[in-house]
Design a protein around this ligand. Structure first.
Ligand code: SF4
Length: 355
């Protein structure tokens, strides 16, 4: 348990004053004090920011909101267009849920996001964190918003020594004790900004921190050591083969099955994923009987729960019947709509001079 109690006013007042001066200017944000922001933009940004950095999200957010400025416009979009626009952002289940959620809001809620956490939680792809963030930031209602940045700040403020992820419930309960009713959205964003810019994972800048007077870890000189983390299990390695098949100036892309890894995305033809590499000389999942040449080495790509090692084959149709699929010009535009994993495979083939 934390060694001390902190009065909410000792956090909210200095933190909000700091936020008014030092907030990050981000394209989905309302100015400090506005006490509400466009729910569509808040929701879209929060979905994009899951497991993804702010810097990576900004161009995607700007592209999406220029192309689909309202939730109704997004709801009416073609699946393939949205998945292509999402390509490169990763965690593709988010893109499928994004469309499902936009359509639920458009069809079941008259195009308006509901304003309570409970109702938001019933929408596809919206979990506890996102529901709380939308409630606070878009509707200005009090909600306990805890992302990774907030966990770190709170663990240090209260000098919580229990390691993550076990400490999550305690950190949420402690965040609840310091969350004000007034300016709920600004408070949530201020905590996120403090974690991102001052209370950083390494070398927190305590000397400029607006809440150092209340911070137990800073007073005890242990901020750098918190939050503690339980050791992670090693990611297992898994294997697959991918194929870059050319016909003159075109290459073959295929739409992946709607469910499962990279579901619904456009990709290169790929085998099943297995626990061991395919035997030498075999071509599991190959789209044709082409004479395949294999690049030396493998392309690796890290997913949340495993690391994928790809063997990359390339080949020409040269007179063989053209398999069905989405044949694209073999230039940069072919890579643009692909998830990073497949872009890496195309780069790999280009590097060995075979593309
Ligand atoms: S004083 Fe240091 S450790 Fe404490 S909240 Fe501020 S930056 Fe983080």
């Amino acid at each position: 348990m934390p060694a001390k109690e902190i009065a909410p006013k000792d956090i909210a007042a200095p933190l909000l004053a700091w936020y008014d001066r030092s907030h990050r200017r981000l394209p989905w944000r309302a100015p400090p004090g506005a006490n509400a922001a466009d729910p569509y933009r808040v929701w879209l940004s929060e979905i994009m920011l899951q497991q993804t950095t702010v810097a990576a999200v900004i161009p995607y957010f700007e592209h999406f909101t220029a192309r689909w400025p309202t939730v109704e416009a997004l709801a009416a979009a073609e699946d393939g267009d949205v998945l292509a626009a999402w390509a490169g952002l990763g965690y593709y289940a988010r893109a499928r849920n994004l469309l499902a959620c936009a359509r639920a809001v458009a069809n079941d809620h008259g195009g308006h996001f509901p304003s309570t956490e409970e109702a938001l939680l019933s929408l596809p792809g919206i979990g506890a964190y996102t529901a709380a963030a939308i409630t606070a930031i878009a509707f200005g209602e009090r909600a306990v918003v805890v992302d990774g940045n907030v966990e770190r700040v709170v663990a240090r403020l209260f000098a919580v020594e229990e390691p993550l992820p076990g400490a999550k419930p305690a950190l949420r309960a402690l965040t609840d004790t310091i969350t004000p009713t007034a300016r709920a959205g600004d408070f949530a964003q201020a905590m996120m900004d403090l974690g991102a810019t001052v209370c950083r994972p390494k070398s927190p800048d305590c000397l400029v921190c607006p809440i150092i007077a209340a911070c137990d870890a800073a007073q005890r000189g242990i901020a750098d050591l918190l939050p503690k983390k339980a050791p992670k299990a090693a990611r297992p390695i898994r294997y697959a083969s991918v194929y870059v098949l050319r016909d003159g100036s075109e290459i073959l892309l295929v739409r992946r099955p709607p469910r499962g890894l990279l579901g619904g995305m456009l990709g290169l033809p790929m085998s099943e994923i297995t626990d061991t590499p395919a035997p030498e000389g075999t071509h599991p999942g190959a789209p044709s009987l082409t004479r395949w040449s294999r690049g030396e080495g493998r392309v690796t790509h890290v997913f949340t729960h495993f690391e994928l090692h790809l063997t990359v084959f390339s080949g020409d149709l040269s007179g063989i019947t053209k398999p069905a699929g989405d044949w694209r010009a073999a230039d940069e535009s072919a890579a643009r709509d692909l998830p990073t994993l497949f872009r890496k495979a195309l780069d790999f083939v280009a590097c060995i001079g075979d593309f």
